[in-house]
Design a protein around this ligand. Structure first.
Ligand SMILES: Cc1cc2nc3c(=O)[nH]c(=O)nc-3n(C[C@H](O)[C@H](O)[C@H](O)COP(=O)(O)O)c2cc1C
Length: 168
């Protein structure tokens, strides 16, 4: 199989967050997808089984999505995309608000956010595909959103092994 065929697939870049009891984590993902456009739109997100965020999503059945801006600092991507929240408080020195659902939302470098309930989990070997239903959503500013293509080609960003897509 020529994995180069996957490179032209398009994605955005997001920070998803979840919390169960006093435990919090969040991670960078590129796999958020809007599936329906009804009153409470459905979305999906694919998250690696080993991510701490996955465990908290499975327990709380809630997740919030921050859509990142094109001018997002690498420091924020580094914190949420290359470190685990198992042994590190990612909220420290990060701008966030608490959503209606009680789960923190990363507002630093975000252009909008969506608060979601988790409806279903689908096992996809290394990853779990979560089916989500939006409960609340808000636009924070009109900055351009960061795309995965821009992250790789312009910012020369890297992707860790746990990301869903093939790494260049
Ligand atoms: C640009 C980028 C995209 C990523 N996309 C995904 C993704 O779609 N799914 C995933 O599970 N991890 C993805 N990751 C990796 C997670 O963000 C990373 O494993 C994180 O450290 C997990 O943190 P946690 O253990 O606190 O949940 C991505 C990372 C980067 C930098």
């Amino acid at each position: 199989m020529d994995k180069n065929a996957f490179f032209p697939l398009s994605y955005g870049v997001y920070i998803i967050t979840s919390k169960y009891e006093e435990n919090f984590s969040g991670c960078v993902v590129n796999t958020v997808c809007q599936i329906t456009a009804e009153d409470k739109p459905k979305l999906t997100v694919a998250v690696n089984k080993e991510n701490y965020t996955t465990e908290l999503m499975q327990k709380s059945k809630k997740v919030n999505i921050a859509v990142l801006a094109q001018d997002t600092e690498f420091l924020l991507i580094g914190k949420f995309g290359f470190r685990t929240g198992r042994d590190y408080n990612k909220l420290e020195d990060t701008m966030y608000i608490t959503g209606e659902n009680g789960i923190p939302i990363i507002t630093e470098s975000a252009v909008s956010y969506i608060e979601c309930n988790i409806l279903q989990e689908i096992d996809c070997s290394s990853h779990i595909l979560f089916v989500l239903e939006a409960q609340e959503a808000s636009v924070l500013n009109n900055k351009p959103a960061l795309t995965y293509d821009y992250y790789h080609k312009v910012l020369k960003g890297k992707t860790p092994p746990k990301a869903s897509s093939y790494s260049r």
